[in-house]
Design a binder for this molecule. Sequence first.
Ligand code: ZN
Ligand code: FE
Length: 252
Amino acid sequence: MQVYRLPALSDNYIFLLHDPVSQIAAVVDPAEPKPVLSKLAELDAELVAIFNTHHHADHVGGNRALLQKFPQLIIYGGDRDRGRIPGQQVFLQAGDRVQFGNQIAEVFFVPGHTLAHIAYYFPESGDLFCGDTLFAGGCGRLFEGTPAQMVDSLARLRQLPDDTRVWCAHEYTLNNLKFAITVDGDNPILQERLRDVTAARQKQEPTIPTNIGIEKQTNPFLRWDFPALQAATRMSEPHRVFAKLRGMKDLF
Ligand code: ZN
Ligand code: FE
């Protein structure tokens, strides 16, 4: 399975999965149809599935147009997003499995950014598609869920192997790390990452995918149990440390 990262809208990424043997493709969170259609044409592949992580317009905006072009494609989303994802046909719950070519993805229920948010994890290839839950150096805003829900969701993702590739749906990394350094400034790995990401973004290079290992070392929203973050927030319980950080970031 080959994963292509397609820039969309102002700072979204659409991920296109391609099985070169059968010439089929799937997309995760098609913000808009155009970049998907051009990549499909370039690959000469047929779109068979849309995997949506949640209902926001910048993740489902291309559903209808793609369904029109490929009427046989299947649109997957979370069970609790029923009625909110255009064209949704499959309603997934935690623990469900979905197939793409010869690859199987496990479905995680990761509420917090929204109450219905799911993630797709391909254990064999080590790819995680987590929408707006975990970002490189940050996490999604809590539009619908509680801090405790988001901590549980992030804790689930934090357990994945360190080399898991994390395909997050936005290029927010530089801003996230600029915030991170204000709460975890003595962390040398974070200092180095901020330098690397600053240089990459000056050259307009993408910073996605990231991986679980580097996120555990540098992402404050996965580090609620580290003394530096507890000190920065003057809190100790995980959901309180997290809530304080999220509130600070919202104002950053
Ligand atoms: Zn969103
Ligand atoms: Fe988004």
